[in-house]
Design a protein around this ligand. Structure first.
Ligand SMILES: [Zn+2]
Length: 161
């Protein structure tokens, strides 16, 4: 048996193609935490995608790397910042922007059921497609805005962080 050392590497790619390195870590947990705190600030620079990969040390070539999770950057339907990240393996999207946390997720129990929500207003709904979920969230944001509430107001605290 060959024992190899494994390191976990979060990284992100900017719109212009340049790669943002965030270090390499001995645990997947730490790598994910580092990536998450980076995603919170993704509205400051235009990002394209992000990932966490496991690299085996002293292994040559493609076999050395395993991509654990990959995310794509979108504009958030609620706060309109580019902090809405989609986990592309299993459809799961979450806004990492401060005071927002809008989310869309495929139901793990039922086929063709998409859940979406916006924690600051405790809004949650089940819809039939991702498109519908985006529209639902846009509608909720428009409602909040027309009621005079800024969707990125600091008084909007999220339930989880
Ligand atoms: Zn948002």
């Amino acid at each position: 048996m060959v024992l190899t050392d494994r390191v976990y590497v979060p990284s992100a790619v900017e719109k212009d193609g340049s790669v943002v390195g965030m270090g390499c870590f001995s645990s997947q947990e730490t790598a994910l935490n580092v990536l998450r705190s980076f995603l919170k600030k993704s509205h400051q620079v235009e990002m394209e995608r992000a990932s966490v990969a496991a690299w085996d040390v002293d292994v040559v070539g493609e076999d050395a790397v395993t991509v654990l999770s990959e995310y794509e950057c979108r504009t958030c339907p609620v706060c309109h910042r580019t902090t809405f990240w989609i986990d592309i393996e299993r459809f799961k999207a979450h806004c990492y922007g401060s005071s927002c946390s809008a989310w869309i997720e495929e139901s793990s129990a039922e086929v063709d059921v998409i859940n979406c929500g916006w924690p600051p207003t405790r809004f949650a709904e089940q819809v039939g497609s991702v498109e519908e979920a985006m529209q639902t969230l846009r509608r909720i944001a428009a409602k909040a805005e027309s009621a005079g509430t800024s969707v990125t107001e600091p008084s909007f605290q999220t339930d989880f962080e």
